[in-house]
Design a protein around this ligand. Structure first.
Ligand SMILES: Nc1ncnc2c1ncn2[C@@H]1O[C@H](COP(=O)(O)OP(=O)(O)OP(=O)(O)O)[C@@H](O)[C@H]1O
Ligand SMILES: [Mg+2]
Length: 362
């Protein structure tokens, strides 16, 4: 597991330690959580991405103990959750809002009444309920819809109600379980922007799960990739996108930004001459560096042929980067010197084993 940017010295808003959860049903056993540990720093938007069945929902539901782990420790805002009595747990849950994929609105209640519903349950007096609902409606852009019923709303509007309802208890933490998965791409963007905006205005910490890496790229600061109940990779979104370590992560990343090295292009490359070798290099640089100049400079200095196989300039988390695949031809020693020189220039050079390409090529 790589975590280049840990949660730092701040006390984490959410700390999950070595969580396990096993389900038994119809004779079959599923290890939904196989020892998951995770720290989410205050104020960050932390994404958990994984395929269906990876254990994402089970994991996020342990944060407010909708799901009790079999073992491990859950600490939220410095409070250990597993030992709490019922009253303390109810109080702790007030500090944790949750948004669901299918909104879960009450159809017989208006927008304003849906938002107020958890406050009614919690016994908040009517005047205070009204104050909070009035404050939330403009925050989520639903002032004009306060008296509408869910059936009269679009998917995006329904999710805005779901978000406002999650925020009614004035939580510090917002959990989102596939909050945009039932929405079209444009509405997804809109809801993601809203979540980021609310994080900024209300100082929220957001833990968000999704099966879409595009959502992670759009909104998250850090991300954990889950597979078969385990976290297989964690890091900043920038690092995970530009230098994914695990094959599963590479496949996820490729869905959004394409493969760094298209296998078909590699297959078409000429073989090296006798006495030479051919190596595939991935070169990562921050900012639109003068790549052509670097390449011709290195070629001349080290008698190495560098051919650009693919290249892209993009931006992640507001940081521009370039990612290039090069085929290097030359004497092994010359190629090694060229790589060392590129690294001296501050570029990140990874040797891509050609065998790794076929592993990803499906
Ligand atoms: N209440 C349950 N009883 C039995 N098995 C369960 C239960 N909840 C989850 N599981 C199993 O645990 C595993 C993880 O499920 P989970 O819902 O956490 O996955 P997920 O990553 O959220 O998937 P999805 O993307 O489909 O929502 C799956 O194999 C699932 O079938
Ligand atoms: Mg799920």
């Amino acid at each position: 597991m790589t975590d280049t940017h840990g949660a730092g010295s701040l006390t984490p808003a959410i700390r999950l330690e070595n969580l396990t959860r096993r389900f038994t049903g119809r004779g079959a056993e599923t290890l939904a959580l196989a020892g998951v540990s995770l720290d989410v720093a205050p104020g960050e938007i932390f994404g958990i991405v994984g395929r269906s069945g990876a254990g994402k929902s089970t994991l996020i539901r342990t944060v407010n103990l909708l799901e009790r782990p079999d073992s491990g420790e859950v600490t939220v805002l410095g409070q250990k959750m597993l030992g709490l009595d019922d009253a303390s747990l109810r109080a702790a849950r007030q500090r944790i809002g949750m948004v669901f994929q299918h909104f879960n609105l009450l159809s017989s209640r208006t927008v304003a009444e849906n938002i107020a519903f958890p406050l009614e349950i919690a016994g908040v007096p009517a005047a205070e309920r009204k104050r909070r609902v009035e404050a939330l409606l403009p925050l989520v852009g639903l002032e004009a819809k306060r008296d509408a019923y869910p059936a009269q709303l679009s998917g995006g509007q329904k999710q805005r109600v779901g978000i406002a309802r999650a925020l009614a208890s004035e939580p510090k933490i917002l959990l989102c379980d596939e909050a945009t998965s039932a929405l079209d791409p444009e509405t997804t963007q809109e809801i993601l922007r809203l979540i980021r905006d609310l994080r900024d205005r209300l100082d929220l910490t957001v833990l968000l799960i999704t099966h879409e890496m595009a959502v992670v790229k759009e909104i998250c600061d850090r991300v954990a990739v889950m597979e078969a109940g385990a976290v297989i990779e964690t890091g900043t979104v920038f690092d995970v996108f530009t230098q994914p370590a695990h094959p599963t992560t590479r496949r996820f990343v490729a869905e959004v930004i394409g493969r760094a090295v298209p296998p078909g292009t590699v297959a078409a490359l000429p073989p090296p001459d006798v006495g030479e070798e051919r190596r595939l290099l991935q070169v990562l640089f921050a900012g639109p560096a003068a790549t052509r100049a670097v390449i011709s400079d290195v070629s001349r200095r080290f008698t190495v042929d560098l051919n650009i196989v693919s290249g892209r300039i993009d931006e992640i988390s507001g940081r521009p980067y370039g990612l290039m695949a090069l085929a290097a031809y030359g004497q092994p020693v010359a190629i090694a010197s060229a790589i060392a020189y590129l690294r001296e220039l501050g570029l990140t050079v990874t040797d891509i084993a050609e065998s790794a390409l076929s592993e990803e090529g499906h």
